[in-house]
Write a protein that binds this ligand. Structure first.
Ligand SMILES: [Zn+2]
Length: 345
């Protein structure tokens, strides 16, 4: 009996310890918002100067802030929502569309003088090394989306370390540039997986963009900071969350993905402008190459909700992307958020 009570106390103590750790993490995060905000606002001003854009120019319909355009380079059969229906061991048996779709995106970015960060899956880089080189030749930042698209909370720290290390080494060997940025599969860094930031910093990454501060059934950390922050204030490593608009006490998603396809473009544009204007902060926008390809092969057996989310308005995406590229200024994540560029490409 005594032993059992003792055991129970130990369990309770561990739970309390976990809670304390989480509280500490939250305090750390809250304390560290301001310094990073100042850093990127300075950087944004520098980018304005380089662009030579005058504020208040009536012929200039764009917002004058530099925003970050990002692409998660993976194919249609690799998305997390299809996991129950697609065996990663069979990925090679699916007809790949990623190379062709990224080529279209590179062309689109070129037409609009946009620069972007391509968070690329190691699996893709291994099969399409030429594509990796074209991303870099076009002036974009090569970053990591991990190797095998496993969500962080489905891995332990050792497996996660292997995955991000392998992806970084392969991308750097293929592209001949330093890879500093990381985005987790399905924004899977959240309250339970904050340890991932330490692993990323130890493996030589300089920033992550893996938190979506919204409420969502599959991902999200609604009480995370909305803007760039240092998970550990003693380290320079930063997390740059996907953009949300704070409205009626809630964070509304406006940084791309399914929401960008669902909402009328005018609503997305208004929300992004609000963040530039009201928060004075750059937006972080993301999409996937498969989102511009309405004719992609269908994955059989998926639920109605997943089908709706994945296939909705794919045919409208290219026009909407062209509009968002026209209406805002887009740059690489490293140009906006990192102190030293060290770019080799
Ligand atoms: Zn992904």
């Amino acid at each position: 009996m005594g032993r059992a009570v003792k055991g129970e106390k130990a369990t309770l103590a561990m739970t309390k310890g976990d809670l304390d750790r989480i509280r500490i993490d939250r305090t750390r995060i809250a304390r560290s918002i301001d310094p990073v905000n100042r850093v990127y606002i300075n950087k944004v001003e520098q980018i304005h100067a380089v662009d030579g854009i005058a504020d208040g120019d009536s012929n200039q319909p764009r917002s004058t802030l530099a925003n970050a355009m990002t692409v998660d380079v993976e194919d249609y059969f690799q998305v997390s929502a299809f996991e129950p229906h697609v065996d990663p061991g069979q990925w090679d048996s699916y007809p790949c569309r990623v190379e062709r779709n990224v080529e279209i995106i590179l062309e689109l970015f070129d037409q609009h003088h946009a620069r972007a960060t391509f968070f690329t899956l190691g699996w893709v880089a291994e099969r399409y090394p030429g594509l990796i080189r074209r991303i870099i030749e076009n002036g974009h930042e090569l970053a990591s989306h991990g190797f095998s698209h496993v969500r962080v909370h489905d891995q332990n720290a050792a497996l996660f370390r292997d995955d991000v290390k392998r992806a970084k080494a392969l991308l750097e060997d293929t592209g001949g540039v330093a890879v500093r940025g990381y985005r987790a599969a399905s924004f899977s860094i959240g309250q339970r997986t904050l340890w991932a930031f330490d692993v990323l910093a130890e493996e030589g990454y300089r920033y992550s963009s893996s938190i979506y501060p919204i409420r969502h059934d599959l991902y999200g950390m609604p009480d995370a900071p909305r803007f760039a922050f240092r998970p550990n204030p003693r380290e320079a490593f930063i997390e740059v969350p996907i953009t949300t608009l704070s409205l009626w006490g809630q964070n509304l998603p406006c940084g791309g993905g399914g929401y960008f396809r669902l909402l009328p473009y005018a609503v997305s544009r208004w929300a992004l402008r609000q963040v530039n204007k009201t928060d004075g902060a750059p937006c972080i926008f993301y999409f996937h190459p498969w989102e511009i390809a309405p004719e992609q092969p269908r994955i059989p057996g998926v639920s109605l909700k997943t089908r709706f989310r994945h296939y909705l308005n794919l045919g409208r995406m290219q026009d909407r992307l062209a509009a968002v590229l026209r209406d805002f200024h887009w740059h690489r994540m490293d140009e906006i958020f990192l102190e030293n560029k060290e770019t080799a490409g």
